[in-house]
Design a protein around this ligand. Structure first.
Ligand SMILES: Nc1ncnc2c1ncn2[C@@H]1O[C@H](COP(=O)(O)OP(=O)(O)O)[C@@H](O)[C@H]1O
Ligand SMILES: [Mg+2]
Length: 267
């Protein structure tokens, strides 16, 4: 299948006090429609840089990003984004936070239709009873549920997730992985997700893209994850294949560590 989301020789050079720094170079990746791909790599290698360029939030230095064969120019409602911290407006309720985007994207609809969309997605993420609470009254996991509801409510063509569960405790993280997968299974939105958690990558993705270490990071290896869907975490953990794939991921990441030489504490 032809690429639906395409990164073509994507590159990023940041201007720094010490001159230009090439962080990502010739990054090539194609996602077919409805595919779930994760991007894994060491901290500081350039994962967020790639994702933010795809989101249109970070200027592209070289190459291009295409969605449905059209080159992106800046952010757009065709791409929904979920970050590590959900950036909710503190003076607004969960409902109002989600409505903010929905009002823009469904400007042609009626008030009632917009309200139903917001309620539908907040219920889907388990916040039916909390949708009129403000962020200060919500736990970290609940806030991230709002972030997920907001992204899906805009019916984007592409979903972009940057370590959305990175700040959550491990039980909440697992709960939200289940939730994301359940919604994704029913909508099959083309998804690119950054993570540095190998188990999260194996559980969620169709393919895992391993990024080399920067500077000048690019696609190292791509791993196909052949497990059938809908997935059952417990069943996966009982297969030998799961551990073989896990070993390959960890092997790649350790190899990158060796190439980098002495550990530097990247951000
Ligand atoms: N605005 C910026 N200016 C200069 N350097 C940056 C900027 N943003 C990120 N970097 C550098 O680019 C590298 C990759 O960062 P990032 O994409 O955030 O990595 P990751 O998400 O993989 O942890 C890091 O070395 C970081 O310090
Ligand atoms: Mg990052």
């Amino acid at each position: 299948m032809a690429g639906y989301l395409e990164m073509v020789k994507l590159g990023k050079t940041y201007e720094t006090p010490n001159g230009p720094a090439v962080i990502v170079e010739e990054f090539d990746l194609e996602l077919s429609q409805g595919e779930f791909v994760t991007l894994i790599g060491h901290s500081g290698c350039g994962k967020s840089t790639v994702l933010s360029m795809v989101a249109g939030l970070n200027p592209i230095s070289d190459g291009a990003v295409l969605v449905g064969n059209r080159e992106i120019e800046g952010p757009g409602p065709d791409r929904g984004v979920v970050f590590q911290a959900p950036c909710l407006l503190p003076w607004m309720t969960a409902f109002e936070n989600v409505m903010l985007g929905v009002a823009k994207v469904y400007a042609h609809g009626t008030d009632r239709q917009r309200r139903e969309i917001v309620e539908h997605y907040l219920s889907l993420v388990g916040l039916a009873d909390a949708m009129h609470k403000r962020p200060a009254e919500l736990s970290g996991g609940m806030k991230q549920r709002v972030g997920i509801a907001r992204a899906f409510a805009l019916a984007p063509k592409v979903l972009l997730l940057d370590e959305p569960f990175g700040m959550l405790d491990s039980l909440t993280r697992i709960e939200l992985q289940e939730l994301l997968l359940r919604i994704w299974d029913s909508l099959k939105i083309t998804t690119l997700m950054v993570t540095h958690d190998v188990d999260e990558a194996l559980y969620l993705s169709d393919r895992i893209t391993m990024m080399t270490n920067g500077p000048a990071a690019r696609v190292g290896e791509i791993l196909e994850v052949p497990f059938p869907r809908p997935r059952d975490r417990a069943a996966l953990l009982e297969t030998d294949e799961y551990y073989e794939l896990r070993e390959r991921l960890i092997g790649f990441l350790e190899g990158q560590e060796l190439e980098r030489g002495p550990l530097v504490d990247a951000a």
